[in-house]
Design a protein around this ligand. Sequence first.
Ligand SMILES: Nc1ncnc2c1ncn2[C@@H]1O[C@H](COP(=O)(O)OP(=O)(O)O)[C@@H](O)[C@H]1O
Ligand SMILES: [Mg+2]
Length: 395
Amino acid sequence: MMFERTSAIIKDGKKLSFEYVPEKLVHREEQMRRLETLFRPMITDGLSCSAFLTGSVGTGKTVTAKRFCEDMLKYCAANGKQMDYIFINCRIKNTEYGVLIHLIRHFDPGYPDRGFSADEMLRSFKKHIESRARPFVIILDEADMLLKSSNKDIIYQMSRFTDELRGNSSLSMILISQGQVAEMLDDASMSSFKRANTIKFDRYTKDELKDIVRIRAEEALISGAMDGEVIDLLADIGKGYGDARLVIEMLERAATIAEERSDGRVTADDVRSANAMIYSNVSENKLIALDTKRKLALLAIARAIKGDPYVSITRAEKTYAVVCEEYGQAARKHTQFWTYVQDMEKMNLLDTIVRSEAEGGRVTYISLPDIPPKELAKKLETFLDSPTANNEYEI
Ligand SMILES: Nc1ncnc2c1ncn2[C@@H]1O[C@H](COP(=O)(O)OP(=O)(O)O)[C@@H](O)[C@H]1O
Ligand SMILES: [Mg+2]
């Protein structure tokens, strides 16, 4: 029978998809509280409210806006109130027309996709909102895509609704973009969106990413399928970007790769392979740019680390001595090796972390986040065996 084999790693694949909105968002409590403050007048007095969410990719803007609206829905249902929201991704609906059709079809799924002017469509939309007699929130995600194509008018028109709607109806907006979208709006639209309503989303720190991955792994994977150390590695790779999307995508890929084996575990190598597939920073050019001495040091690290997430600098140095002998080169002293490691860290070829050991003292560990060590070793061996690929100048 097809599809018979039960999954050894993934318990609930939906939880790894982009659409999934977790019940609770760690490290976005402050943004949620600010949204709550900004939208309180909508819930208590039926007023129109607005917020701008800004921050770089993967900082949780979209998921926070959705979670917030879902929580408001729940709150209203539990307290005898009503509200509704519509989510629009302006990268997909990047014209005034596309947005209007989407809005109207929320109420009238059979609405024809031609034959009406923008004005007529705005009027239909307004009528729908009025007939529902409840607050409405429109989330315009990636709003800069809409504003870029000079469709500012629709935002202005909708902001004017706020004064015109009667009874219990109101129209509020959450505008999301990476940059400051307020600057792209003209003064007329701006007047109803106060500048003070901007909520910033900073890049996640390594520890924040770790919490996000850990919680997501608990939700999506079979318990025990992933070690804390492997989660640490995922967070390490993501920290340069502060991007939760990247780490969750890597988690999903790594789990899928691991699923094809039968040991029921996601390993550090699965994470590295997943990362190599998605975002490899180790371009061949960077490796070719290394001189022979640094190539030997990196090869030693790749061999010493094997399948582990980290290798201590002491162990890497022992392997380095063996590698130098193999290539007929004199091994450099500890301080020089340490300099190589630091140089290569600057080039994003490796990461170092310092850990306090149980017996006391601090030990430096090296990790290779970007590529499976076996692949890296193979590439370096190829370059070292071909004299023309070696850069003999110091970098
Ligand atoms: N604080 C968080 N807790 C849990 N998951 C998060 C958190 N922030 C982001 N994510 C997840 O990371 C991914 C990217 O988030 P997203 O909201 O799409 O970022 P943005 O819109 O800022 O690019 C999504 O899969 C989302 O579920
Ligand atoms: Mg987004």
